[in-house]
Design a binder for this molecule. Sequence first.
Ligand SMILES: [Zn+2]
Length: 465
Amino acid sequence: MKFFPLILTAVVVIAFQPSQAQESSVRRVLLGSAYASHEGYRLLQRVCDEAGGRLAGSEANDRALGILEDELARYRIGFRRESFSMPGWVRGDDAVEVVSPFPRKLRAAALGYVHHHPPFESRLVWGGTGTEKELTGAADAIVLVDSESPRDGEPPLRYEVIDNAARAGAKGVLFVNDKPGGLVLTGVGNFQGNPCPVPAYSITLEEGKWLRRLQIAGKEVRIRLTTNSRCMPVQSANLVASFPGKRQARIVVGAHVDSWDISQGAVDNGIGSAVLFEIARLLSLHADVNHFAIDVVWFNAEELGLWGAKAYLTRHAADSIVALINMDMPGRPTGINVMGFDEFIPLVRGVMDSLKGFDWSQGIVSVPWSNSDHQPFLVQGIPCFTMAGHLEKESVFHYHDFGDTFDKADHRALVDAAAALSVLTYTLANNTSVEYRIRSVAERRAMFQGTGFEKRLKRQKEWPY
Ligand SMILES: [Zn+2]
């Protein structure tokens, strides 16, 4: 009984030896080429400076796709646009103005899917964190909501506050940002693409605190809202570069190319788009056909509600997708998240062990998370992977605001991420040791039960089970 496993092990080792040698030489090509290049960083600069803020459906977004196509063509990498229609949103010339005690225009940004309305003026009332209970006196008023105010339990999410405000008969919501420095926080008003029932704006911490002080001092504050932003159907497109495999089934490696309009979207997610470009370029350098096919996908319209990732899944519903690697704001690699697909832990550990020069201080993580392009893949039970990474504080400080510009991107972190993620992509695309298996609905439910993923999706009205 004892010798049988030994023989089996010997057979397995002999059978895998040549391909392992081949694999490690490909890894060396990927790593060497990643560190000898600054192509990803150069592409990031072009996307930031020549396209700008890339809201889905906008001209800037189209320019960014054009730049990517141009750069892919330079490296003779084939690509295609896969277009889709979606509920779009266009920012207009909006205004949030204090009318009394004296006129002042506030720095404010409408949330996505806030829809045009005739200008109106109303009194401003304090709405606490925006729970139903806190909004009982909000009828006909504009409410000032602050996620920092004293609370019992978790404060409601912004989309929940908007619903609570509409139900309470309020006419608008001003969300006070929680970061100092005159920053606003753009974001989407709901995940379904519906016009928000009441206009909702992000305002700065400093002006929010000022309005609150006026209220506490007993001054009546009146606000005038002018919203010219509007919801409208738009056409968008994912950009796809396909690499053939010995098998039809494919690994998808993706990053969202869109961003909010008021910044250059450098960190969110120009970096991810640039790392993805490097992965495509590095994969194209080795001539061998991978075991699985690989689709490199620049997902569009992530910020407005993961529309591109969902469109990709719809279009490729009949294709076999065996795994997804998603990169959203990748920093310097510090770990890999297997999102609950723990059978991949040995494979991922092998990747990390082969890259000993990296600081893998976070190690292997197994936590499904939401609100990026892997979410709809996870919901379908497809194994998903993301990288845990370190971003400098100044890189993320301007998240979703004006200051997310090219100068915040860390060149070295980008190269490190491209090196590590190209090796992970290659390894997953040539893995024959762990079986790729789509989880059944019952398994998914059990897998997500009690996690932050389940809780968040339920609150966002996106829990499908
Ligand atoms: Zn993002």
